[in-house]
Design a protein around this ligand. Structure first.
Ligand code: ADP
Ligand code: MG
Length: 244
């Protein structure tokens, strides 16, 4: 069994699955070279601690043209001139192992980006089941969607997809993609980790394509208590306590 719970290690394991490769944002250990080449290539990157949680230390950098870069960090935003000074600024905030990742242009609701929390669980001696999906909408001024850090809110998937700026994809198609990716993610990770409850962060981009952002092994189950309908919350808790 693998003993590293870092995002970089999990990402490497997921990349070995040919069914998942095209849904994983390009990710590398953050160095001057990877930072600059990913930002040149994608025009948008996110840098974050490999073993962070709750959205702490996550920074987004967007290329604005004419060698200007918009840096977004918590509620704080600024523009920096030049790629190297932008890297130096990001590096000055980075403690410990950081990764640089292709940024996903997340779909928005009323101008606020959102992503998804997908719970996949199994009871002892039974199959994996997707027990809950919800959308996390970023709080005002944030690009991260972590509910506590950004004071964001939770919505049912169907409501989010209906209200979002997504072109070309229906709720059914998105829901199908989410289920397929969620199950393939845990099938792959269970080869390396002893797991029964996984909370996967997924993003939907403006074209309706679903991306895997990260897989958490100790996910916050109270997210689902925020939905008016408590069905998913109850199912998640019953799987959780039934799995020991
Ligand atoms: N590659 C990315 N593209 C767009 N948004 C991202 C990306 N990575 C992270 N985010 C945003 O930042 C949030 C926190 O990042 P995440 O990787 O889940 O770390 P944490 O462990 O802190 O939750 C995500 O839920 C998402 O809203
Ligand atoms: Mg997360």
């Amino acid at each position: 069994m693998a003993n590293s719970l870092g995002k970089l290690t999990k990402h490497k394991f997921l990349m070995m699955s040919k069914d998942l490769v095209s849904s994983l944002p390009h990710t590398q250990k953050m160095t001057k070279e990877s930072f600059c080449s990913l930002l040149n290539r994608y025009g948008r990157i996110v840098v974050k601690p490999s073993s962070g949680s709750g959205g702490v230390g996550v920074m987004q950098i967007i290329s604005m043209g004419k060698r200007r870069y918009a840096v977004h960090y918590g509620k704080y935003q600024k523009t920096i001139q030049g790629l190297l000074p932008t890297y130096q600024f990001a590096q000055s905030k980075a403690k410990g192992l950081y990764l640089a990742q292709q940024g996903i242009k997340l779909a928005k609701i009323n101008g606020r980006p959102f992503d998804l929390r997908v719970m996949v669980q199994r009871k002892r001696n039974s199959e994996w089941v997707v027990t809950g999906i919800l959308a996390k909408v970023a709080g005002s001024g944030f690009f991260i969607t972590n509910i506590v850090e950004s004071k964001g809110k939770a919505l049912p998937l169907r409501t989010a997809v209906q209200q979002a700026s997504i072109r070309r994809a229906s709720y059914d198609k998105i829901n199908q993609q989410i289920h397929r990716l969620a199950l393939q993610t845990v099938y792959r990770l269970q080869k390396y980790y002893r797991i029964r409850t996984v909370g996967i962060d997924m993003g939907i981009d403006e074209q309706g394509k679903v991306w895997i952002i990260e897989a958490n092994f100790s996910p916050d189950k109270t997210y689902f208590r925020r939905l008016k309908d408590k069905t998913m919350y109850r199912r998640i808790m019953s799987y959780y306590y039934g799995s020991r």
